[in-house]
Structures are given as structure tokens and as C-alpha cells.
Design a protein around this ligand. Structure first.
Ligand SMILES: [Zn+2]
Length: 203
């Protein structure tokens, strides 16, 4: 009996801690969601002309560029994305940030120097196309070259999923969206969901 009481006490104690943990987790999840909505409002959304423009080469590697990369990187994380191109924040310069093997990366003036013939079709979303997920065919491996924020050369040989991410972000720098890369039926479905809403971000 004594053992049972002891166990019971133990359970109660653990239960309380679990409740507190669950509550704290709920609060963190709500806070994250609030930050995501604020971040998305700062990212150009479908219909914004900047998303259809071709970005120009970066010529000057200065403090402004470093600050832009920092701003884009935190915006990407707050929006819970894995990649963000400069055109998505209205800056028509050829650079994007992305996450590769849990590390934040940046590619300035990126160029794909190898693209595998082998391709893969998978669903892609986009921080500028809220709630849209459409199948897109991409090369399964690419070599991409460019520079980091300080102008040092970068060369990356990437497989999936990073290869898919950089092809998506590189498209942004040429004004190309996943809607242009998917099949007709998926495009029609996506466009239906993208009709202008009375309040941005409202559900
Ligand atoms: Zn995108």
C-alpha cells in the first residue's frame, strides 16, 4: 500500500510537470505562429511585381550586403522557411539564403555549373505563395557556384533536398515561380487558392 501511495504521489507530481510543460509548449507554438505571420507580412506575396522581375548581379560586397543577408536569414527562420531570395524582400539583386545541413548559407551571384539529368518530382511550397504546395520537377543534384557575403568564392555540390531548394531560389532571381514549373491542373488549383483575400493573412 505504501508503495502504491508513493507511486501515486509520483504520478501526480509528474502529471503536474507535464501540464506545465504542455502549457509552455503551447505558448511557444503560439508565439512562433505569431512571429511567422509577422514575417510573412514582410515577405512580398504573390501578385507583387517584384516577384516577376529579374534581379541584377551584386557588384559591391559591403556592410549593406552583410546586413541584408542577416535580415533575410532571420526573416527566413521566423517565417519557418528553408530558403529566401532577395526578390522576395523587394531587393532586385542576385542573392539568396538557405539552410543546408542545419547551417545558414548565402549564395551571391549564384550560377549552376552542373545539373544532373536525373530528376525528381516533389511538392514545393514558397514563402511568397501562402498555403500553396505544388509538384515540381527538379534535377536531383546540382553544382552551384557563387560568393558568400564577403565576396569569397563558394562552390557547393548538392543532392536532395538542398539541390531542390537552390533551384527554387535561383528561379526567384529570374522572376520564375513554382506556378510556372508545375502541371496545369496543380496550377489551376493553386491559383484558386491565391485569389486576393480581404485581409492579408486572415483565415
Ligand atoms: Zn519561393
Amino acid at each position: 500500500m505504501a508503495t502504491h501511495d508513493h507511486e501515486h504521489e509520483g504520478h501526480q507530481h509528474v502529471g503536474t510537470e507535464e501540464d506545465e510543460t504542455a502549457l509552455a509548449e503551447d505558448e511557444r507554438a503560439l508565439e512562433r505562429e505569431a512571429r511567422r505571420i509577422v514575417a510573412l507580412a514582410r515577405i512580398r506575396q504573390y501578385g507583387d511585381p517584384a516577384l516577376r522581375m529579374k534581379a541584377r548581379e551584386v557588384e559591391t560586397f559591403d556592410d549593406d550586403l552583410v546586413r541584408l543577408v542577416e535580415r533575410m536569414t532571420s526573416l527566413m527562420h521566423e517565417a519557418q522557411g528553408v530558403g529566401l531570395a532577395a526578390t522576395q524582400v523587394g531587393v532586385l539583386r542576385r542573392l539568396f539564403v538557405f539552410v543546408h545541413e542545419d547551417e545558414d548559407r548565402v549564395l551571391v551571384n549564384p550560377v549552376v555549373t552542373f545539373r544532373s539529368e536525373e530528376t525528381d518530382v516533389d511538392d514545393e511550397g514558397c514563402l511568397s505563395l501562402h498555403d500553396v504546395l505544388v509538384p515540381v520537377e527538379r534535377a536531383t543534384s546540382v553544382t552551384i557556384e557563387g560568393a558568400d557575403a564577403a565576396g569569397r568564392p563558394v562552390r557547393l555540390e548538392l543532392g536532395l533536398p538542398a539541390a531542390r531548394i537552390v533551384q527554387h531560389e535561383l528561379d526567384h532571381l529570374d522572376g520564375v515561380l513554382i506556378l510556372d514549373r508545375t502541371d496545369d491542373e496543380s496550377r489551376r488549383g493553386a491559383l484558386g487558392r491565391l485569389r486576393p483575400q480581404p485581409v492579408l493573412g486572415a483565415r
